[in-house]
Design a protein around this ligand. Structure first.
Ligand code: UTP
Length: 496
């Protein structure tokens, strides 16, 4: 396998392919801000686009890319099995399935089912298949769901492209080849062609842990249908330097132009080399990058898509993006794969293809669970979105509350709690230091009592609280706060 891989990379055909891919890259192109639909969530325009989208959702096939390892999240299971929120306890997969079923109920005849294809990899295939079976496909019909497995590629350890060995054995370490494989797989599995025969007109691609994507889906399809877009990416306002690609219109001296995603690590050098000495900076007024941030929720028209796949094989440009061990930039910090990205599809399109974007506010469209808690905390401290499991959950609650408020429901917001201004006493400071040193052991000792039991105000009330059999772990200050807010709360029903 490895020999074939090397031979293939060295073959004249492969070299020609790579030359073409480089030519399709950004060299020789000048970036411009593209035109697209920038829609305010909940506005009249949004509602009108949703209504158009709902007329088309019954002729849409959904494609979930779920072959990723989730290394940043540090979770060993499959990401679609993670609970999306702790109130409903629904997994991401259940949420997606229920949304598709809801679309189906609203938009299809009883005998028609909206198809779903899930791209898996060796890392996720078996677990995805058994997870779906165990849960009876979450109400979807079995025939409605198709799994397609992407192949893995050898991982590399350094700039010389030496292969990594798996766990020190003589087996090659392999990793998924990136979500760009989805296009080739939809063609080679025959799914795209069979969906077209069954009357599917649109494809909607989405990723494994961005539950909000479905809140924006009808609007996205509405924009595609209204403007007859062959390719339409859902985007959110992008903070300069943020690790999401920007949608850019690239123009060349010979008049050629294309609207494509430029990855965040290429955007800054491209801008500096062409239109802006400052690089990837805000556009002044909004504080956001003028280039909308791609979040890989894509709507494509199926008929032209099949034609493009048949002429190109659905092969996406490949790249390698290693993190280096040291300043010499020779050895990789960890084995790295050659990969390809699904958002590079517009690079396969002929000039004049109708490519656009739909920009919505981030709160309604994008909050993935990508990072483990430690990394998420660092990202939040640096002022960026944490994109952790808990921020993803909190953002969903917040989006629900905002949508309910827009629909006229009374939303009670808890009043902002004043920050404690009193300086902690020396005893409290000493205890906090002790807790920080041995958090587990000390917390179990302190938790049944008031969290601030050593402070003077609290210790005065300690005996009273104990006599009243205060619930475990509830501090007297929390208790009195709860009582105060219960007295203040109006009795009418509220939604939060
Ligand atoms: P991510 O960028 O989150 O990558 O993928 P990842 O591999 O899942 O996670 P890390 O980078 O190891 O932390 C975005 C989407 O693309 C899918 C993922 O499952 C996710 O839905 N994906 C990624 C694939 O389907 N195949 C791949 O080879 C890579």
């Amino acid at each position: 396998g490895s020999e074939m891989c090397i031979r293939d990379r060295r073959s004249p055909a492969a070299r020609r392919r790579r030359r073409r891919a480089r030519a399709r890259g950004c060299a020789g192109w000048t970036p411009e801000v593209p035109t697209g639909a920038r829609v305010e969530a909940g506005s009249a325009e949004f509602l009108a686009l949703e209504a158009i989208g709902m007329q088309h959702v019954g002729q849409t096939g959904f494609v979930l890319v779920a072959g990723g390892l989730g290394e940043r999240l540090g979770y060993n299971g499959i990401k679609i099995a993670l609970p999306m929120d702790l109130v409903s306890g629904k997994s991401f997969m259940q949420w997606y399935a229920e949304y598709i079923l809801a679309f189906q109920a609203r938009a299809c005849r009883a005998d028609r089912a909206i198809p779903l294809a899930i791209m898996t990899s060796d890392d996720t295939h078996e677990r995805t298949a058994s997870f779906l079976r165990e849960h009876d496909f979450f109400g979807l019909r079995e025939q409605q769901v198709t799994l397609m497995k992407q192949e893995k590629v050898p991982a590399l350890v350094d700039n010389a492209a030496r292969f990594a060995r798996a766990d020190g054995s003589f087996l090659l370490e392999t990793k998924p080849h990136g979500h760009g494989d989805v296009h080739h797989l939809l063609l080679s599995s025959g799914i795209a062609q069979s969906w077209a025969k069954a009357g599917v007109k649109w494809l909607a691609f989405f990723q494994d842990t961005n539950a909000l994507a479905f809140r924006a889906m009808a609007c996205l399809l509405g924009v595609s249908a209204k403007h007859k877009l062959e390719y339409n990416s859902l985007t959110v306002p992008r903070t300069p330097g943020e690790a999401v690609g920007g949608i850019v219109r690239l123009k060349r001296a010979d008049g050629a132009e294309m609207t494509v995603n430029v990855e965040y690590n290429q955007l800054d050098p491209l801008l500096r080399a062409t239109v802006s000495a400052e690089g990837d900076v805000a556009d002044g007024a909004s504080g956001n990058s003028p280039y909308p941030g791609n979040i890989n929720v894509l709507a494509l028209e199926l008929a032209p898509y099949i034609k493009v796949l048949e002429s190109t094989g659905g092969q996406m440009p490949e790249f390698v993006n290693p993190k280096y061990k040291d300043g010499a930039k020779e050895a990789f910090a960890k084995p790295t794969r050659i990969e390809c990205m699904m958002q590079d599809y517009p690079r396969l399109l002929a000039p004049g293809a109708r490519v656009g974007f739909t920009q919505l506010d981030r709160w309604i469209a994008f909050s993935p669970a990508k990072n483990n808690a430690n990394d998420a905390a660092k990202k939040a401290a640096a002022g960026g979105p944490p994109e952790s499991a808990s921020s993803c959950e909190a953002d969903m609650y917040s989006a629900n509350a905002r949508l309910l408020a827009k629909a006229g429901a009374p939303i009670l917001r808890s009043p902002a709690r004043p920050r404690a201004t009193r300086r902690p006493t020396p005893t409290v400071r000493a205890r906090s230091r002790a807790l920080a040193r041995a958090p587990q052991a000390s917390m179990s000792r302190v938790a049944p009592r008031c969290g601030r039991w050593a402070s003077r105000s609290c210790s005065r009330r300690k005996s009273t609280c104990a006599r009243r059999s205060r619930p475990r772990g509830q501090s007297c200050s929390r208790r009195s706060r709860a009582a105060r807010s219960a007295r203040a709360r109006p009795s009418s029903s509220t939604a939060t």
